[in-house]
Design a binder for this molecule. Structure first.
Ligand SMILES: O=C(O)c1ccccc1NCC(=O)[C@H](O)[C@H](O)COP(=O)(O)O
Length: 222
């Protein structure tokens, strides 16, 4: 039996994109609450988009250095399943917010040319020991601005033992995801710009093609 790599489509801003993501078989969708992002949605808009999400599809809220009040404002309007911290949040800051709002969280590890494989294991351990609400690392590319860069990092930096519990992201697309999944064997993949027609505007055909490409890799023997 082959492993089914979980798939998250991030940075949705429109109902039709939510419907296309769900119809294509994604496990999770991400809403961005970083006001400087072109994919930013207000808490109220997030609540509207969440109405198009059926049971068993996770809604991930992406935050960059939020205050507890900001996270609470979103949760008052939208039923987020998981929090994604994508800024410079310390283990203690993530733990405090997650505990206060009683939500599991993922932490983005932003990987650059000086990152060592051991750094990633240490980083993961720091968040794991800080909180029972920590569910895993999302591996992304380090760029100057925060997130959604469309840039790939060196996958060989991912320790073998970390991959099965990590979310792989950063510059994935229909062109490289089969190789990424077959080579890294992550728990999940996460994509934003690679399935966009324009920033914040997803393309249904690209979402479908991306998910098919992941399933092709899943069917490839290890
Ligand atoms: O999408 C944004 O605008 C964004 C803003 C601030 C922090 C992170 C952001 N996006 C991250 C993601 O959407 C994904 O989790 C991931 O990094 C994939 O992005 P991409 O390389 O565009 O596929």
């Amino acid at each position: 039996m082959s492993f089914r790599t979980r798939i998250k489509i991030c940075g949705l801003t429109r109902e039709e994109d939510v419907r296309a993501t769900v119809a294509a078989g994604a496990d999770a969708l991400g809403l961005v609450f970083y006001p400087k992002s072109p994919r930013y949605v207000t808490p109220h808009r997030a609540g509207e988009l969440a109405r198009a999400v059926p049971p068993f599809v996770s809604i991930v809220g992406l935050f960059v250095n939020p205050t507890l009040e900001e996270v609470q404002q979103v949760l008052a309007e939208a039923p987020l399943t998981v929090l994604q911290f994508h800024g410079d949040e310390t283990p203690e800051q993530c733990a405090a917010i997650a505990r206060a709002v009683v939500r599991p969280f993922m932490r983005a590890a932003r990987i650059g040319s000086s990152t060592q494989p051991a750094d990633l294991l240490e980083y993961e351990q720091a968040y794991r020991s800080a909180s029972p609400f920590f569910t895993g690392l999302l591996l992304d590319t380090l760029v100057e601005e925060y997130g959604g860069s469309g840039k790939v990092f060196d996958w060989s930096l991912i320790p073998k033992e970390l991959a099965p519990r990590a979310v792989l992201s950063g510059g994935l697309s229909v062109h490289n995801v089969t190789e990424a999944v077959a080579g890294v064997r992550p728990y999940a993949v996460d994509i934003s710009s690679g399935v966009e027609a324009a920033k914040g505007i997803k393309d249904a055909a690209r979402i479908e093609a991306f998910i098919q490409a992941v399933r092709l890799a899943d069917a490839t023997p290890v």
